[in-house]
Design a binder for this molecule. Structure first.
Ligand code: FES
Length: 347
């Protein structure tokens, strides 16, 4: 047998330095260098012991895992240098289980590298297409099957089958109904209206312009959110109507989405990112940029909320505000455009 021929006599192997199918020259293999464990029984036994030790240690670690899980209270805290204070139970079970798996992996690799058969063979790739005779055979058997099935002659069966297959996707489409009613314009509308007070989103306190320091930001919601008692509806409306209120030097305002939509440098914008709807709150007072933490869309609040960076395709909607007789911030009207992701606008 030629040294490049596969010992199983694979017809797609190589012979006389050439691939049997393509005739292309195959590089001869490097001479085989036996491993120490192949020629020295002592080395083989040593490798065997090493592998067994790793597997044995892995078993002990699993036992330690169970003991740690049962014995170490879930409330015990320990201090680890650099990392800090951590839960001792979590550390112990994570460490024992992780190390146990690691040792099984290392043991298996060591076993394969040192002790498993080290035979080197060459098997050239054969052509991927089937031989011509096989392809013709498949083609003719397909035609024979089609003829014997009577698919061509039995028109009524053929048509009814095609009809059944055409209707097959209908149930899938009907199931879409379970997704709920179409949203209609609900996604476009918020509960902001003319005269509605801006209140803080946590304590529902009315906000005065003087409550916001220069460069500051407050998260706010419409006061009438408190009137919605149904929990789910309340959450829905909060999700759409949440805003951020910022204060900047009026001289820094380059443009707004409407004339006099600010109150002495206090501006209100939707909090919902126009990319995919994440809540935004990262405000840089020096640049007046609002950053969305999800995909880094950045909006310039001093310039009509235009996108200056990131995937958002639409500026951040601005809410026109003013103050009431007592100086509390109120909306001049509702949003004049949909808030949130741009896909709400489709259709
Ligand atoms: S959701 Fe804000 S950038 Fe994607």
């Amino acid at each position: 047998m030629n040294e490049l021929e596969h010992p199983t006599g694979d017809p797609y192997g190589a012979k006389d330095g050439k691939d049997l199918v393509s005739g292309i020259s195959v590089f001869p293999m490097e001479p085989h260098v036996p491993r120490k464990a192949d020629i020295d029984p002592k080395a083989a036994r040593r490798a065997e012991r090493q592998v067994a030790t790793m597997f044995g240690l892995s078993s002990l670690l699993i036992i330690a895992f169970v003991v740690a899980f049962v014995k170490i209270p879930n409330t015990t805290l320990i201090t680890i240098p650099i990392i800090g204070v951590v839960n001792a139970n979590h550390v112990a079970i994570g460490f024992t289980f992780g190390l146990s798996i690691l040792l099984i992996g290392i043991g298996a690799i060591h076993w394969a590298k040192k002790l498993m058969p080290d035979e080197e063979v060459v098997q050239a790739r054969h052509a991927l297409t089937s031989p011509d005779e096989e392809r013709k055979e498949v083609e003719s058997s397909f035609k024979r099957g089609a003829a014997e099935s009577g698919f061509k002659e039995r028109k009524i069966i053929r048509r009814s089958l095609l009809g059944a297959l055409a209707l097959f996707p209908v149930p899938l489409v009907v199931l879409l109904r379970d997704l709920g009613p179409l949203p209609g314009t609900r996604l476009r509308e918020t509960i902001w209206e003319e005269g509605i007070h801006l209140v803080t989103d946590a304590t529902y306190r009315k906000i005065k312009a003087s409550d916001i320091p220069l460069g500051g930001l407050i998260n706010a919601v419409p006061e009438n959110l408190l009137e919605i008692e149904h929990e789910e509806e309340n959450l829905n409306q909060r999700g759409k109507a949440s805003i951020i209120v910022v204060r900047m030097d009026p001289a820094d305002i380059v443009s707004q989405q409407g004339q006099d939509w600010d109150y002495q440098g206090v501006l209100a914008f939707s909090k919902i990112c126009t990319h995919l709807g994440c809540p935004t709150s990262l405000y840089q007072q020096r640049t007046h940029h609002l950053l969305c933490p999800c995909h880094q869309s950045t909006f310039d609040l001093s310039d009509s909320g235009y996108v200056v960076f990131g995937p958002a395709a639409r500026r951040m909607p601005q809410l026109a505000i003013t103050v009431d007789a007592e100086g509390y911030l109120v909306a001049q009207s509702g949003f004049n455009q949909p808030v949130g992701p741009s896909f709400w606008e489709r259709g």
